[in-house]
Ligand binder design. Structure first.
Ligand SMILES: [Fe+2]
Length: 201
């Protein structure tokens, strides 16, 4: 006889804080390859030297009330591989939220990287991601992450499930500044000049 109290529900989703994995039957996973971001990388000739099937990042998302319901929340992780296309670090696509006022929280679990933030006025800045570092992406801000280290960058995110994702501007215009490797260190440079404009570390 099963005498468990039905009010004590078993965990349906588990977040593993040692490796950043978010697991459970309701968790939806997705993955991107380097080739999936063709058009986003700045150096097309460097991209041509890479296998487009090279794994880039995986995501795991839990939307307990589904996507689009006002007031609902979402939770998930991203595992971004280490590497570069030319000098540009492996990165996520980046997006604005369709509901521009909606923000997001990011917590780095492991690895080294950067959270690249761009305002609607196309001002770009960077916050360094290190294990335990915790970040707020304000509304009206495009955001992507880049792996500047030698091992996968793993981070957790919490966002409004109804925020929507607007990839259009980033796909068409990119970010106003690129995060690239210069003399072994990440630097933000303007896309056209590729010159050092701000040292990151
Ligand atoms: Fe977002």
């Amino acid at each position: 006889m099963d005498n468990r109290d039905p009010n004590l529900a078993l965990m349906s989703v588990v977040t593993n804080f040692s490796n950043g994995e978010v697991c459970g039957a309701l968790v939806v996973t997705a993955s991107k390859t380097v080739g999936d971001l063709a058009g986003y990388w700045h150096d097309a000739s460097a991209l041509a030297t890479l296998d487009p099937a090279t794994p880039l990042y995986t995501t795991a998302s839990w939307l307990p009330e589904g996507e689009g319901k006002e007031g609902a929340l979402a939770w998930g992780n991203t595992r971004l591989q280490a590497g570069r296309v030319g000098r540009e670090y492996f990165m996520t696509r980046g997006h604005f939220h369709r509901k521009r006022e909606k923000g997001e929280l990011v917590v780095c679990v492991s690895g080294e990287g950067a959270l690249v933030l761009m305002s609607e006025e196309r001002e770009t800045r960077v916050e360094l991601l290190r294990p335990g570092s915790t970040h707020h992406v304000p509304g009206h801000t495009a955001h992507r992450t880049a792996n500047t280290g030698q091992v996968p960058l793993v981070f957790l995110c919490a966002w409004a499930a109804d925020c929507g994702h607007d990839y259009d501007e980033v796909r068409e215009r990119g970010f106003s500044r690129l995060l690239v490797e210069v003399d072994g260190a990440p630097q933000l440079v303007t896309p056209d000049e590729k010159r050092t404009s701000q040292k990151i570390s």
